[in-house]
Every structure is written in structure tokens, then in C-alpha cells.
Design a protein around this ligand. Structure first.
Ligand SMILES: [Ca+2]
Length: 444
């Protein structure tokens, strides 16, 4: 009898904790840096910039070596992260600036990972830089599933670390021009976390560091470093953001929810400042920078920590991309996507929780030239399964393939695994052998 009661009690507890799918439903935090290269973190080999909290996150969780941003500029990359669509299908495919403040908005009714979490009863919030729809537009954060937004709505405004205002949902928060916005935003994120610790939550923290302008209240440990001023500021900004990550992790512990919380960290694309690239090798060994479709523009740091669910210290080479986040979260929180919602991504749960190395047929990425959202076509590039950009070779995508979503065996064999499809109108895919670059865009 006593054993029966114990079993019943365990089953009840399991049910309360959402164990129906075999794994408890976690809180999810996604911290996103802005233009931080894969080589900027100590856990990816950085020797000069101190990122102890990020390094600990990786040591206590999983570090992915072949994770890809949505694409190589801000808005479309973040669109892929939020909507689970690659850039061939995404609603936002370029940084399209609007006046007076904001970017091209996500269309009304766009389904996002925040909406998915809301459907599962999660509290949702975003703190940082949005860039996917100006205030009161169809793509404003509160219309994209976020209960709370605080920070910069507009990407251009986020270039300034001492702004004269930020936004709390629809409310314009005037500032004195002397407040370091990163600190303010991080503080607001911590306050929200404390207030929602007893709920299940999705917290998206798209910090604005280390995107230029390079502005920081102090140079911290780099005051006397033998570098130009810009490099000192860049390093100090990253270490400051790392401290904010440390504060988030410490608060999770204080609130006793860190083993119920899955924390991701990544960056929206590679670094692009020539000075920092030269001094710090910010994009690691990879060729290219932000805006280019080389590894240096696309490959990003990606670590994830979830105590007792993700084994500590795992390094995984599964190729995955921002548009895999939506289906991954869907599985994590046991919340199916609505029938009408399509994703181009795959759940990376087997890699995340078991350390399996998953095979991918192809990736799609592109980078629009300027602000155009009408690329002239596609080229196909062999992706970098070996980690070397030397494996980029471009070939034609015959007209008959344009509307296919899977690859015919001939191309699959040729690819040897993953493929990245690139817009042929973009400027930087000039390496390799582009033999045809005049196909029409494959719009959904
Ligand atoms: Ca960026």
C-alpha cells in the first residue's frame, strides 16, 4: 500500500512538472549578442577578451561548433530565429529601414516562438533590440507573442549606447543621454525574471553588445592593454555583457530555478570591424565577416545549459541554424505548432540532450545587397561540414529545382551533406566557382 502511494505521488509530481513527454518542460532563456564573432568567446578559443561566465555556461552545458545564424545581417537573421523559416521563406529578408524609427515589420499574424510559448501558457518577454517592426506596427513585439518588451525597437537607435529614449511596450521611456542602455536593459530583464520565477517563462534577451558604436562606461581590465582605443572598448563591452550573463545565471540559482531553465547563448552573425578582427581574430579561423556569406559571417557561437538534462562539457558538431529554434522549442515545451504554421527547421533535441550528431541535408541563407528584398536568384554552395571555407564551391540550381524543398539524389551526393543556398544577388559569394547566378527568386 505504501509503495502504491509512493508511486502515485511520484506520478502526480511528474505530471505537475510536465514530464508527460519524458523530459520536463523547461523555462527558456535565449541570450543573443549583436555582431559577436564565434572567436570572441573564451570557450571558442579567444585569448585576450575575458568571458568567464560564458565559458562557464559552456563548461556546464553543450557547446556547438557548427551553429549558423539566420543570415549575416540583423533583421533577417532574427526573423529566422523568431519564426523558424529560413531566408528563402522568411517574411523579413533584409535590413529595410523605415522612418522615423524602426524596420520593415513582420506581417500581421506571423507565428513566432514567443507565440508558441504563450500557447503553452508561458510568460514571455524580450529585453534588448527588436528590429522586426516599429511600435504599434504589425510586427511590434506585443503583437508577436511577447507580453513584455523593453529596449530599442529600432536597430539604428541601438547603435547608440546612451540613447535619449527606450521603449517599454508602447510607452516611450525618455532618458537623459547619460544612462548606459545595456545596463538598464539587463537590469530590467533581471527584474522581470525575478517577478516571473514561479511561472514557466520564455525570456528573449537580444543584447546590443558588441555592435558599433563602441561605447562603454569604463574599460575594466583593458585600461592598460596595448591596443587601440576601439579594441579596448570592444573587449570591455564583451566582458560587460558577460557579467550580465553571470548576473542572469546567479539569479537563476538564487531563485532555485536554474535546473528548470534552459539557457541558450548565441550571436546574430559574425563580427565585421577590421580592427577587432585583426587584434582578436573575432571570427575564429573562418573567412569572411558580417554581411558576407562565408563562414565568418554565418557561423556563430552557440552554447546551451540545462543542469541534469544536458550533460556538462559536451562539444557537438551538429550543423544547425536559427530557424531550428522554433521546432526545437516546440518539442521542448510539448507544444505542437498550429497546423497552418510551417517551419523549415528541425528539432535539434537529440543533439541538445543526448549529444547525437545530426545530419542535415541543406541550409539556406542569403544576404541581400543593400536594402533590396528582391534578390535576382540563387546559387548553391557546398557547406562547410569540415569546418573549412575552402569547401565552398558554387554550382547552378537548374530551373526545375527552384520549387523543390528536397534535393534530388545527384545533388545530394554532390553536396556530401549540408548545403547552403545563397541569393545570387548578394555581393560576397564571389569565391568558388559561380557558374550561373541569374535564376529567379524562389519565393514561397
Ligand atoms: Ca547584428
Amino acid at each position: 500500500m505504501r509503495k502504491t502511494f509512493q508511486l502515485w505521488a511520484v506520478l502526480c509530481l511528474a505530471s505537475l512538472n510536465g514530464l508527460a513527454g519524458g523530459t520536463p518542460k523547461p523555462n527558456i532563456i535565449f541570450i543573443l549578442a549583436d555582431d559577436m564573432g564565434i572567436g570572441d568567446a573564451g570557450c571558442y578559443g579567444q585569448k585576450w577578451i575575458q568571458t568567464p561566465n560564458l565559458d562557464r555556461l559552456a563548461a556546464e552545458g553543450i557547446r556547438f561548433t557548427q551553429a549558423y545564424a539566420g543570415t549575416t545581417v540583423c533583421a533577417p537573421s532574427r526573423c529566422a530565429l523568431m519564426t523558424g523559416r529560413h531566408i528563402g521563406h522568411a517574411a523579413i529578408r533584409a535590413n529595410r529601414e523605415l522612418a522615423p524609427e524602426g524596420q520593415e515589420p513582420l506581417p500581421a499574424g506571423t507565428f513566432t516562438v514567443a507565440q508558441l510559448c504563450k500557447n503553452a501558457g508561458y510568460a514571455t518577454a524580450a529585453f534588448g533590440k527588436w528590429g522586426l517592426g516599429f511600435v504599434d506596427s504589425s510586427g511590434a513585439p506585443d503583437r508577436m507573442g511577447f507580453d513584455t518588451f523593453f529596449g530599442y525597437n529600432c536597430q539604428r537607435e541601438a547603435h547608440h549606447y546612451y540613447p535619449n529614449h527606450l521603449w517599454r511596450n508602447h510607452e516611450r521611456i525618455p532618458l537623459d543621454g547619460k544612462t548606459y542602455a545595456h545596463d538598464f536593459i539587463a537590469g530590467e530583464a533581471l527584474a522581470w525574471l525575478r517577478a516571473h520565477a514561479k511561472e514557466r517563462f520564455f525570456l528573449y534577451v537580444p543584447f546590443t553588445i558588441p555592435h558599433p558604436l563602441f561605447e562603454v562606461p569604463d574599460l575594466g581590465p583593458y585600461t592598460n592593454a596595448p591596443w587601440p582605443d576601439a579594441q579596448k572598448k570592444y573587449a570591455a563591452m564583451l566582458t560587460r555583457m558577460d557579467a550580465s550573463i553571470g548576473q542572469i545565471m546567479a539569479l537563476l540559482q538564487e531563485l532555485k530555478i536554474d535546473d528548470q531553465t534552459l539557457v541558450f547563448f548565441s550571436s546574430d552573425q559574425g563580427a565585421d570591424n577590421p580592427g577587432v578582427l585583426k587584434t582578436f581574430h573575432s571570427n575564429g579561423p573562418f573567412r569572411g565577416i558580417k554581411r558576407t556569406m562565408y563562414e565568418g559571417g554565418l557561423r556563430v557561437p552557440m552554447v546551451a545549459r540545462w543542469p541534469h538534462q544536458i550533460p556538462a562539457g559536451v562539444v557537438n558538431s551538429t550543423p544547425w541554424a536559427f530557424y531550428d529554434f522554433l521546432p526545437t522549442v516546440s518539442e521542448l515545451i510539448h507544444q505542437p505548432l498550429p497546423a497552418k504554421v510551417k517551419t523549415d527547421g528541425l528539432s535539434i533535441i537529440p543533439a541538445l540532450l543526448k549529444g547525437d550528431t545530426l545530419a542535415r541535408e541543406f541550409f539556406i541563407g542569403n544576404c541581400m545587397r543593400g536594402h533590396s528584398s528582391k534578390p535576382s536568384g540563387w546559387a548553391i554552395g557546398r557547406a562547410c561540414a569540415t569546418g573549412s571555407e575552402n569547401h565552398w564551391n558554387f554550382m547552378t540550381w537548374p530551373r526545375m529545382l527552384r520549387k523543390r524543398t528536397t534535393l534530388p539524389p545527384k545533388i545530394r551526393r554532390w553536396s556530401g551533406g549540408s548545403i547552403i543556398f545563397c541569393s545570387a544577388s548578394m555581393c560576397p559569394i564571389h569565391s568558388g566557382r559561380i557558374r550561373l547566378a541569374s535564376l529567379k527568386q524562389n519565393r514561397p
